[in-house]
Design a protein around this ligand. Structure first.
Ligand SMILES: [Zn+2]
Length: 370
């Protein structure tokens, strides 16, 4: 079976290449915004919808105009990909999965562009990666892969580091799992609690960095926007963010591999993505983002290990129901209640373990009905 997998690497463009890359970021943003305006206006003025193919044809015409001559310098596949992104944003909007597409700004959006691997134009050669229009760029190949590169996304972080993410199609090599059955209840103080009563803590070093982040952000808020010191401090904040992200990613990879290698079935609570976006509580929103990253890691790794991930609907009040007799104790809804005794069957529960066992019970029901 063929699967697609993502690989992200740091790249080290020289000054000339970096300038080219930055120009492509700008050109792609221009194409996105230009056609967003056209599509919006056509809809507003004539109730006419413009398709991806229409925009692609208009782009070719645009390139032949002298005023837009500079577009020819750009990686043409990257421009097409940004038109596809725009089209996807529209389709998400019409399917009520997303907001109306907005203009991309240099400051509020992540700077990146995606290009396709057509006729092997994106490839690894020794310590270099070949990218269309950019040429051979030095790459740090931290992980090896065997397979066909489908596309490449070049990006720059807030701290000025360049990366390339490769989407690779590769043959799945099946691995064995140890055959366990478990379910996990995600938490904020602990990362998760499983139905066997095991608590997986968050990495300790993360707390240190999160405190540092608060401190550095406070300093930033006292600096004058646009000043040299502000820029220095902004870079400091971005570096701590980056560190937190890296530590988290390592942790999520490690934990997801352990779970899929040990179990045949893993029950998880499905996440309410819409609810997550509305949540403004910082700690919660950070957890939410890493939970969905964690779940997607579990899902793709489960293919390799032949294990099944079962999503239990989130409205299922997992913490309030006695996992032993099924009695619902609404007083447990209060998050400060860490342990409770079921008034009906008399069993004492740890809040999180009970929730995990409930997810497990539900998981077993869902499996047996399939
Ligand atoms: Zn009970």
């Amino acid at each position: 079976m063929l699967i697609t997998k993502g690989y992200k690497y740091r790249i080290y463009p020289n000054n000339v290449q970096a300038e080219y890359i930055n120009n492509i970021f700008g050109s792609c943003r221009f194409a996105y915004n230009h056609f967003l305006e056209i599509r919006s206006n056509e809809w507003k003025d004539h109730k006419k919808s413009v398709s991806y193919t229409d925009t692609s044809r208009m782009l070719t015409l645009l390139k032949s105009e002298q005023e837009y001559d500079w577009l020819k310098e750009c990686d043409s596949m990257a421009l097409q990909e940004s038109l596809k992104d725009l089209d996807r944003a529209y389709r998400n909007f019409f399917a009520k999965r997303g907001k109306y597409p907005r203009f991309k700004s240099k400051h509020s959006h992540k700077q990146s562009y995606r290009t396709r691997n057509q006729n092997n134009c994106v490839r690894i050669e020794g310590r270099y990666i070949l990218l269309p229009k950019i040429g051979k760029v030095k790459i740090r190949l931290s992980r090896y892969f065997e397979g066909r590169i489908l596309n490449a996304t070049v990006s720059i972080s807030n701290t000025g580091k360049y990366y390339v993410s490769l989407c690779v199609e590769e043959e799945l090599t099946p691995k064995c799992n140890a055959g366990g059955i478990v379910s996990i209840d995600m938490g904020i103080s602990d990362f998760y609690t499983d139905s066997d009563g095991h608590r997986q803590e968050n990495p300790k070093v993360l707390k240190k960095y999160e405190k540092k982040l608060v401190r550095e952000q406070r300093k930033l808020s006292r600096k004058v926007k646009g000043s040299k010191n502000y820029e220095k401090q902004r870079l400091k904040v971005a570096k701590v963010h980056e560190k937190i992200y890296d530590v988290r990613t390592d942790f999520l990879h490690k934990e997801s591999t352990i779970l899929v290698s040990e179990n045949q079935v893993i029950g998880i609570e499905s996440l309410n993505v819409k609810g997550m976006i509305r949540n403004h509580h910082l700690a919660k929103s950070i957890s939410d983002v890493s939970w969905s990253r964690f779940f997607s890691m579990l899902k793709y790794k489960s293919l390799e290990y032949g294990c099944e991930i079962v999503s239990v609907p989130a409205f299922y009040a997992s913490s309030q129901i006695c996992s032993c007799c099924g009695y619902k104790d609404i007083e447990v809804k209060d998050l400060s209640v860490r342990s409770w005794v079921c008034p009906v069957c008399g069993i004492s529960h740890d809040r999180d373990v009970n929730a995990a066992v409930n997810i497990l019970n539900k998981t077993m029901m869902l499996i047996s009905t399939v």
